[in-house]
Design a binder for this molecule. Sequence first.
Ligand code: SDX
Length: 433
Amino acid sequence: MSNKTIKIIDGDTEAEFPLMEGSEGPATINISSLYSELGYFTYDPGFMSTASCQSTITYIDGDKGILRYRGYDIEDLAENCTFLEVAFLLLYGDLPDASELTGFEDHITHHTLINENLKDLFSSFYHDSHPMAVMTGVVGSLSAFYHDEIDIHDPFDRDLAAVRLIAKLPTIAAACFRRLRGEPFVYPRNDLDYSSNFLRMMFAQPTADYEPDPIMAKAIDLLFILHADHEQNASTSTVRLVGSSGTNPFAAVAAGIASLWGPAHGGANEAVLNMLTEIGSVRNIPKYIDRAKDKDDPFRLMGFGHRVYKNHDPRATIIRKTCHEVLAKLGDHGDAQLQLELELAMKLEEIALQDEYFVERKLYPNVDFYSGIIYRALGIPTNMFTVMFAIARTTGWIAHWIEMISDPNLRIGRPRQLYTGPTERVFKPANDR
Ligand code: SDX
């Protein structure tokens, strides 16, 4: 904590506001008494300069391209951990020892089943529903199954809700995929690791044995690690704001899924592949770069730019490298379209990063730019890309929810506004208007 203050002088009135320093990153001005002392609100749409909370979970330095979960660099975690090891770190603050990891894996494994009655809910969705719409509805419905079993002020119940969500999201995601293809659900198995279980629930067919490809399972596990958390992004802030009212954590996570779906956020990975398909050829790239720069054209280069990273997104760097490794390991996938998409993406990145518009605005490829290509290589359809993001980010969402709900100083999130509407008007009955 700092003993420095920031003074605001307003005519013959002045007030001092304490500076709060964290362990890393910019200090903050505690302005919670600004309105009571000076009668002003602050104005910061999009929260460009606003810290909404204190957190010990994830640190990002956008200028240096640093991302750390509980102090560990994302590169080290990606290189050395499994997703459940990272989930343990995000939830409990430290990396597990061998027995803690085994216990956590076992706990997650024994919560992967979903209530059989959910099959009726899945079957009520139209065959061409977007899987994110199904995910939002089904995860929100978990509140109905567990509403009476959770006391959000009981650490045991909070932890059980976290384990249930982390364990069940892959089962729900795979069920979305199968339902929309008219295929039978595949139950999880206790003898498979988290990502292999997910692959089997996605792709096994009742007509033949299915052995998850270890290369594909490792690639998915890595992508889950990279997408697990990211400070106070839009969907995490959504979960915190919704959760601050004391609602059920399943409902709060469903709100996070809804926020993630947007193309400016987690929906960008699907939008990148759709953009690459629309561009279609390297010779069309300059035309699309021009469109992205044209203020009168709503087109943006999907997968480029970031609110925080004004340097390379470290996740994009790892994913680009993994892209090449996965495609090389999977061998001749024979998918000419996939090869074209990868070549297009690399050329698009090369051209954009030489263009003054992107350089001046520090617009680099973000986590969503290459992830879709790996998902495509793994046989995951484009409309399931953001579902993959939601599986991973559920761990970050629930870790932030627990951090918020456990805070004895928690207050409901209720921002104010700058009102620009009509001042008082005299009411007239309809006949007199
Ligand atoms: C994620 O917050 C997180 O941490 C998110 C995330 C996570 O892990 O949770 O990292 C995941 O959401 C990654 C971002 C995925 N979104 C996209 O790839 C969509 C395309 N990108 C943009 O929509 C945009 O860059 C955002 C939404 C990501 C960031 O928007 P900002 O911070 O509000 O930036 P901005 O819109 O103010 O842009 C600044 C300038 C503007 O130009 P000027 O007004 O200064 O002339 O850069 C331009 C923008 O027009 N710009 C782009 C652009 N992104 C920004 N121009 C063309 N193409 C783009 N992609």
